[in-house]
Design a protein around this ligand. Structure first.
Ligand code: SF4
Length: 189
């Protein structure tokens, strides 16, 4: 079973995920990662006092740190926030980032949507991705294409973890130059 956050990792470089899941190699938590985790926790605390206006919603039921598991999807995780409005439900993800959400972030959010649909028997047509740095909130529509890419990624990750098969390195070599695991990727350097 994998987590939605691992989809983001997979999009960045599937090999990092392989090292973490199938070998004793672990990445150290950097200052930046630590700061991001603290900013994330602070944002979750502040969100309890805010309205739903930033999501374009007037009212809705909010639940924080929602734990979900689906054996069918081979997925489990904890959503930062879940908002229910009528028959629809939306996951919300807080990120300490100045960048726009990339495909990895979109798949992570979509995976929460798939988990909500699997566990609550309700419809999750979109999610919200909020930057704690820029204060911008992005709406991520869970299109058929995004759902398919997310499901394919889940399948691929579970397959290489079960087979303990090292996946191909990221094609973006620039990422490798600042990767602390580069000593293990002899075929890249
Ligand atoms: S060195 Fe490159 S290919 Fe290897 S784990 Fe790091 S980012 Fe991935």
């Amino acid at each position: 079973m994998i987590t939605p956050a691992e989809l983001r990792q997979y999009h960045y470089c599937p090999r990092i995920l392989f090292y973490e899941r199938c070998t004793p190699v672990r990445r150290r938590e950097t200052r930046r990662m630590q700061y991001g985790r603290e900013a994330h926790d602070a944002e979750t605390a502040l969100e309890r006092q805010r309205s739903l206006q930033r999501y374009g919603l007037h009212e809705g039921k909010r639940e924080f740190n929602v734990r979900m598991l689906s054996t069918r999807l081979e997925l489990n995780g904890i959503a930062d926030l879940v908002v229910t409005v009528g028959a629809e439900i939306y996951p919300v993800e807080f990120k300490d980032s100045t960048r726009e959400p990339d495909l990895g972030h979109q798949m992570q959010l979509c995976a929460y949507g798939l988990l909500l649909e699997a566990t609550r028997e309700t419809h999750s047509p979109r999610g919200y991705w909020h930057s704690t740095r820029t204060r911008e909130t992005h709406v991520i529509e869970f299109s058929n294409q995004l759902r398919k890419r997310t499901l394919n990624a889940i399948q691929d990750i579970n397959a290489f973890i079960k087979a303990e098969r090292c996946p191909a390195p990221t094609p973006q070599v620039a990422k490798c130059l600042e990767c602390e695991l580069r000593n293990f990727c002899g075929d890249v350097f």
